[in-house]
Ligand binder design. Structure first.
Ligand SMILES: [Zn+2]
Length: 470
């Protein structure tokens, strides 16, 4: 606490020190920025300082991890978490706290295993992929063919019929590697494979399998699919390269049950002057049924919730409304994001900006923003410069997020909090995604960054180039 308090004080000083009239001559912008005033700099410093000495967010993140646990769509834990958050937000005195109904898929994992039978009998660490069909209680027993990419699969073609295809694809980056998890089952099923194993999508492993959603091509048979670890996939690859016969039994009691009711949790800091105009903060509350979903994405939920709670506590009420949405069902359906757009279509034009945080709770670096509005980009560049004292001042292009995707496709400018996510895919979708992988200081810095970012945007006198009043 003493350390954090002194950091807060030095940050306050740092922001005051760079305040004009001390700015270097010749470096003033052509027209004075509406946000880079001494008052704004002081306010930013005050928000940052308050975030650094407040443990409310950390305590709530710990509560979610320790007392609620993981929160897969359809689970009792997710619904408990939703009720708890809405109750706590009302206790915080936030505005218009509500839950908005969303019907979500209800996939359950059931007991599962992968047992190598030949050339040696051995259980492999595994996690069935979300939305996968099951194998039936007897499981699927078949020979395994290891491939290192889709080209190899296509070359083998009919040779994989009746077999289990194992994709041993080394991780390059998430986007490039995750396609094997997403579409590997249907690609193999086209050639008659009976099941699929996917090397976990991550750069390192401590025998940690990573789950995640797959998408079936409705035109081909749905076959069961599971992730195995890097260690497991490498073992199978070595055995095959030595010419050994690989035989494996995969048992998955996974099944998709009828949709169930869930909800997005919504809370606001109502704007003083233009309450109908909305700056939206997004994160997803559901998680995989592994670990406690602390990085993905309970931490993001706490970041955005704390951002407005902190502003309220500081008596900082902006001109426009800041709306926080804890989305349900990002992981295996995206129903929360889709339903939000359907529910709020009438006020779509009032959504000025949406910012999502779903890259883990790590040291914040800045904002990645997608917009064709150059005035907005310039405004956000100025705002982000207020976060340089905590190293979070970067403005990058091509931001966004899964939950705000439906809004962005309708033209709402969207972005995401950029963080140092260099270790995110060590934990992502694994049993290791737990609270101890998050540093309290990083959570506080993320809260500070988001609070400054959205307060300054929501409070600007004139919204860039949209012609909206004053
Ligand atoms: Zn996520």
């Amino acid at each position: 606490m003493r350390y954090l308090a002194s950091v807060a004080v030095s940050l306050l000083l740092a922001t005051v020190m760079v305040t004009p009239p001390f700015a270097v001559a010749g470096q003033q912008p052509a027209s004075p920025s509406p946000v880079l005033t001494p008052e704004r700099r002081e306010t930013a410093g005050r928000i940052i300082g308050a975030a650094l000495v407040d443990d409310t967010g950390w305590n709530r993140l710990a509560y979610i991890g320790d007392r609620i646990g993981h929160r897969l769509s359809g689970s009792a834990a997710l619904e408990k978490a939703i009720v708890w958050a809405a109750d706590e937000m009302r206790r915080d005195g936030l505005d218009n706290v509500r839950t908005e109904k969303v019907m979500v898929p209800h996939w359950v994992r059931g007991a599962e295993s992968a047992t190598l039978l030949e050339p040696v009998e051995r259980d492999l660490s595994m996690l069935g992929l979300g939305n996968s069909v099951g194998t039936g209680p007897e499981g699927v027993t078949a020979d395994v063919v290891v491939v290192s990419n889709y080209d190899e699969l296509e070359r083998l073609g009919e040779a994989v019929r009746g077999k289990i295809v194992c994709y041993n694809v080394p991780y390059t980056d998430y986007g490039a590697t995750v396609q094997y998890r997403g579409s590997g089952a249907s690609r193999a099923a086209k050639h008659g494979a009976v099941a699929v194993l996917v090397r976990s999508v991550g750069p390192v492993s401590l025998d940690t399998p990573h789950t995640g959603a797959l998408r079936y091509d409705e035109a081909v048979a749905k076959i069961p699919a599971a992730a195995i670890t890097i260690e497991g996939a490498e073992t199978l690859g070595r055995m095959q390269s030595r010419g050994e016969r690989l035989r494996l039994r995969l048992v998955m009691n996974a099944k998709m049950l009828p949709d169930v009711e869930s909800a997005n949790v919504v809370a606001e800091l109502k704007g003083l002057q233009y309450p109908d105009q909305i700056i939206l903060l997004a994160a997803h509350y559901d998680s995989w049924d592994t670990g406690t979903g602390s990085h993905d994405d309970a931490g993001g939920c706490i970041q955005i919730w704390e951002a407005i709670r902190l502003l309220k506590k500081l008596g900082l009420r902006p001109k426009r409304t800041i709306r926080v949405v804890l989305y349900t069902n990002e992981e295996n359906g995206l129903r929360g994001g889709v339903e939000y757009l359907a529910t709020h279509r009438a006020e779509l034009a009032n959504h000025l900006l949406a910012v999502e945080t779903d890259s883990g709770t790590f040291k914040p670096e800045g904002l990645a923003l997608t917009t064709t509005n150059e005035g907005l980009r310039a405004l956000m560049a100025d705002i982000m410069s207020l976060l340089e004292p905590i190293g979070a001042g970067k403005l990058a292009a091509n931001g966004g997020g899964a939950d705000i995707g439906p809004l962005m496709r309708e033209g709402v400018p969207g972005g995401n909090l950029d963080v140092d996510s260099s270790t995110y895919f060590h934990y992502h979708h694994t049993h290791a995604d737990t609270l101890d992988k998050i540093k309290p200081i990083d959570l506080k810095l993320c809260i500070a960054a988001l609070a400054v970012m959205v307060y300054m945007a929501a409070d600007v006198a004139v919204w860039p180039s949209t012609g909206k009043p004053a």
